[in-house]
Design a binder for this molecule. Structure first.
Ligand code: TXA
Ligand code: MG
Length: 341
């Protein structure tokens, strides 16, 4: 088991997060027994951190406003920032969101998987999603995840699960059980140990409007991939009304400053390399064989480890090699840019 990590909070953040209040956190296995317990906790209005194929999430019953409120409080997330509703299949999707041809088409190609669709909320739905989960918007973000543990949980619960990434608002996203544990132990009801998340960056968010699609957040499903399936994409919207941290400039931030597109680190810097770590440098390689998928998988955990090392060693910054801006590299560069702005 890894040691606990240091996460620093300002005085204001400590008050917002009510950091002194401790509760017992159950560590659950990812088998049927653990998932059954997680399902009982969620049905009773509790919070469970769980693995998804993209990143770890913090899940709660999406129909329970009190449980949703707990998510916002625990993450220190502004209540105007809506959550993604995760469901088992399309029967749930089109019970809570309006059907349209493009959504059905995309869903058959990419679900279950790392895609979130922003659709119009269905008005007369029998399944009542808590208003605070959607920050009172008329649209709803939905995703059908592929991770077998999450799918088992959705099946056992028979509920839609609101599930933002399992990190404090604005801080680094987590893709390892150990990082979730060090952030949320004592603050939520349970954590399912599902090992590392295979994709490593959050889902691609796509908005469908007037039968056109636009990418609001890049991820594993890329513009190239969508174009190859003959979808035409709208230019990026510059709509100030959508408040989404994935769209805010500053996000996913470690404590140590980052320096991007670096060939050679300075004397007191650590290096996050793409390719083998050069001799004589201290750091971590995202992928020794220049593989962008491997780099995405290692991104947040490497940043967390280097951040901790920098705090201990008193390094000035984490220097990062140039990452090719293609495929999932677009999502990596997007997160890195936000992490240092
Ligand atoms: O891969 C993922 O999507 C992960 C895993 C846990 O499923 N979840 C995740 O959730 O990244 P979160 O809350 O960290 O990011 C969701 C993003 C936020 O930027 C939020 O503002 C945006 O989705 N969002 C939610 N509802 C929206 C809506 N109706 N319109 C536009 N953006 C929306
Ligand atoms: Mg997030």
């Amino acid at each position: 088991m890894k040691h606990f990590k240091l996460i620093y909070f300002s005085k204001k953040e400590k008050v917002q997060l009510n950091i002194s209040k401790i509760k017992k956190t159950e560590i659950l296995s990812n088998d049927d027994v653990g998932v059954k317990r997680a399902s009982d906790i969620i049905k009773a209005g509790g919070l469970v951190a769980l693995p998804t194929e993209t990143v770890y999430g913090l899940g709660a019953d999406a129909t329970n406003p009190k449980a949703i409120d707990l998510i916002y409080k625990t993450k220190g997330r502004p209540s105007i920032n809506p959550l993604i509703i995760h469901v088992f299949d399309n029967n749930y999707v089109f019970e809570i969101a309006d059907k349209n041809k493009l959504a059905e088409d995309l869903s058959s190609k990419f679900w279950p998987g790392p895609l979130t669709l922003i659709l119009n909320k269905k008005n007369n739905s029998k399944l009542k999603i808590a208003k605070n989960a959607l920050a009172d918007l008329s649209t709803i973000a939905v995703r059908v995840p592929a991770h077998p543990v999450f799918r088992n949980l959705l099946k056992k619960c028979n509920l839609p699960i609101a599930c933002p990434s399992a990190n404090f608002s604005g801080k680094l996203t987590t893709t390892r059980f150990e990082d979730v544990l060090s952030s949320f132990s004592g603050r939520i009801d349970a954590i399912i140990d599902g090992g590392p998340c295979p994709i490593g960056v959050e889902s691609t968010i796509i908005k469908i409007k007037n039968q056109k699609i636009s990418i609001l957040r890049p991820g594993k499903i890329t513009e190239e991939g969508l174009k190859a399936c003959n979808y035409s994409l709208q230019k990026k919207e510059n709509n100030k009304n959508i408040i989404a941290p994935g769209q805010l400039t500053s996000h996913y931030r470690p404590n140590t400053p980052l320096r991007l597109n670096v060939k050679k680190p300075k004397k007191n810097e650590l290096l996050l390399s793409f390719g083998p770590l050069p001799k004589g440098t201290t750091g971590i390689s995202l992928s020794e064989v220049f593989d962008l998928n491997e780099a995405a998988m290692n991104l947040y955990s490497s940043l967390a480890d280097l951040d901790e090392l920098a705090l201990i060693n008193n390094n000035d910054a984490i220097a990062i090699n140039t990452i090719p801006n293609s495929g999932i590299g677009i999502a990596i560069n997007d997160r890195l840019k936000r992490a240092c702005s």
